[in-house]
Each structure stands twice: as C-alpha cells, then as structure tokens.
Write a protein that binds this ligand. Sequence first.
Ligand code: FES
Length: 119
Amino acid sequence: MSTHDLAFTKVAETSEIPVAKMKMVRIRDNEVLIANVNGRYYAISNPCTHSHGSLSDGSLEGNIVTCPIHGSKFDVTTGKNVVGPGSRFFRAKVSDATSYEVRVDGKDILLYQRSPWGI
Ligand code: FES
C-alpha cells in the first residue's frame, strides 16, 4: 500500500447518495460536494467559485450542477465551470471548482486528502 493509498478518508456511504443525487461532506475543514452520476461518484469543492453559494443545495442534471444563487454551472466530473453567473444577456466568467479524487471501497466513499503541506 502506497502513501497515496493511505491518504484516502471515508466521507460517506454509497447508500447515502443515490444516482443523480448529491451530498456535501467535510474533509480537513473543506466543504466538498459528492455527486452520483450514473453510479459513479465525483467530488468537487462545494462553495461556488462565484460567491460561495452551496452547490449541494443546487440541482444536478447529468454531470452538471447548477448553483442555486446565480445559476453558474459546473461539470462535477472535472470541476470545470461551463456557464458563468448572470442572465442570458450577460454571463460573467468564474474559476473552475477544485476536483477531488474519489474511490469506492465496498460501500464506503473515500476522498483523497492532501496533507496540510499540500502533498
Ligand atoms: S454564488 Fe454561485 S453563481 Fe453566484
């Protein structure tokens, strides 16, 4: 087992996040959104990169989560911002969300947890 393998922490169980659902978990003081897309789990930072809206309170359609505050959309499989906040007349640009490495071990969902030193 490598040190990389040891850096995974259980954050939820698969039964807590059915297909097309999301859940916010905390790891090392970070809020992380876990999304189930067709039976595969993905994780990105939960606070919206626009103005910290809680993405887990938004809606998930396929692999796209929509922020409940101003409508930014993020691809949960990559963290990429695909639509910025605003209206159809003006869309601002915002940063991509941080994506996290996810593993499933039996019924446990594990997240890769960097050390406090970022390694
Ligand atoms: S806080 Fe998410 S779009 Fe503004």
